[in-house]
Design a protein around this ligand. Structure first.
Ligand code: RFL
Length: 404
């Protein structure tokens, strides 16, 4: 379906109306289609935008198993690379963890999110899936009953309606699903970690053969390979910093300083392809269901990128939701749908806890200097020392770092 066709804001029906064509919506769409459930995916962005949005890159072993189970991992195995080492650079020296030899002994697979999304999209469309780009969900209605509907708006401003038996809100943090929840219908837990990152994509080969985490008195800096030609860097910045505030030279100099390039080797510089400021925030909606409206991925829970969990949770939740919807719609068995929220929340809270721990490991606590800040800073150094020296701490780290 082309964008110009879809811009007519088509209207119609489907048993499951899926909002959003990110990892959550596309895994769900593929699994429902394979399971014989009638569904449609409605996506606000154009096909080109969806295929080029750079975000995650580190996929957990369980994510790969899920994608394998459903025949969705072909591109990932062809182009992705396994990754198993992280390096911490701190005021007390440098140490490495080969996490694939620790904990559950599992590596990550590095496969950029836009490539995963492109793979999932191709698979879904080739299998005959229905998807409308440039179609924004405006609101979900009637979620209290068993015939919910979604009003949509096309790129030309024309509106339409989709009706289903269920609506799956996979449309992220700012989507229509969250907005449409009646006040008080779900509990909204939120945490602002108080830290912001300048997230950068550089057209430059990786500078080290590991994920690099640098803890520095000027703030955190991070290094993550994406492809042999592209590397993601993070630079902690003041809250409210405009993404364009720093020149490329200043960014590279600051990265080199915080990553202690003079001690451990230079960074391989290159033009910056993309930059954005990300405030590290987390939230969880509880439960992930209101009547016939179900939430998955970032729409269900936003997680700070400090532990690379968001896309992995999205895939896991989409598989659980697909199974539950297939059970209900094809086999008349509603039990898995009734358990859907509780099953996801176990994984979500565990990931949130680890991601919060990582924030505390990698950053000085923002706020005024003083006795309390110094106390927190000593706790952070002690946490890093445990990670450097304690085998059981390293096993715990590895299990949580790669697990979802
Ligand atoms: P997405 O990917 O945001 O997709 C939602 C889709 O919904 C569409 N949409 C709408 N469509 C119709 N109507 C509306 N009203 C709509 N509103 C929105 C959007 O256009 C979009 O196509 O959510 P999903 O599927 O839940 O997936 C979540 C992940 O994208 C996210 O958690 C990760 O990117 C988080 N994340 C990482 N996760 C990892 O597992 N590993 C990583 O290495 C990792 N690195 C990252 C990250 C997130 C980052 N940022 C940008 C916060 C690095 C960064 C910098």
């Amino acid at each position: 379906m082309t964008d110009s066709e879809s811009s007519r804001a088509a209207r119609g029906t489907a048993d499951v109306v899926v909002l959003g064509a990110g990892p959550a919506g596309l895994v769900l769409g593929n699994l429902l289609l394979a399971g014989g459930v009638d569904c449609v995916v409605l996506e606000r962005a154009t096909s080109e935008q969806v295929k080029s949005r750079s975000r995650a890159g580190f996929l957990a072993a369980n994510t790969v198993r899920i994608l394998d189970r459903h025949g969705l991992a072909e591109g990932l195995h062809r182009r992705g690379r396994t990754h198993s080492t992280c390096e911490f650079r701190t005021e007390d020296g440098r140490f490495r963890l080969d996490y694939a030899t620790l904990g559950r002994r599992e590596p990550h697979t590095v496969h950029p999110q836009h490539e995963l999304v492109t793979d999932l999209l191709t698979h879904y469309l080739d299998a005959g899936g229905r998807l409308h780009f440039a179609t924004e969900a405006v609101a979900v209605h009637g979620a209290d009953g068993d015939r919910p509907s979604v009003t949509v708006r096309g790129a030309d401003g024309r509106t339409g309606t989709w009706q289903g038996r269920y609506v799956a809100g996979c449309d992220g943090r700012h989507g229509a699903a969250r907005r449409s929840l009646p006040a008080g219908s779900v509990r909204h837990h939120r945490l602002d970690h108080g830290v912001s990152w300048l997230a950068l994509l550089a057209e430059a080969p990786p500078s080290l053969d590991a994920v690099g985490y640098a803890v520095h008195e000027r703030g955190f800096a991070g290094h993550m390979a994406r492809t042999p030609e592209v590397t993601r860097y993070y630079l902690q910045c003041e809250r409210g910093t405009p993404p364009g505030a720093w020149s490329e030279d200043r960014i590279w100099d600051e990265l080199a300083l915080r990553m202690r390039a003079s001690d451990y080797g230079p960074l391989r510089r290159g033009p910056l392809l993309h930059r954005a400021v990300v405030d590290l925030e987390s939230d969880v909606l509880e439960p992930l269901r209101h009547g016939s409206l179900l939430l998955a991925g970032d729409a269900a829970s936003l997680i700070s990128p400090s532990a690379a969990k968001g896309a992995n949770l999205a895939v896991l939740e989409a598989e659980l939701l697909a199974r539950a919807l297939i059970d209900d719609l094809r086999h008349g068995s509603p039990d898995a749908l009734a358990d859907y929220s509780a099953r996801c929340l176990e994984h979500i809270w565990r990931a949130q806890e680890f991601s919060r721990w990582m924030v505390g490991l990698l950053h000085r606590v923002p706020g005024p200097a003083g006795d309390e800040a110094a106390f927190h800073d000593s706790l952070r150094r002690s946490r890093l020392a445990s990670l450097r020296t304690s085998c059981s701490c390293q096993d715990w780290f590895a299990e949580n770092y790669v697990g979802v």
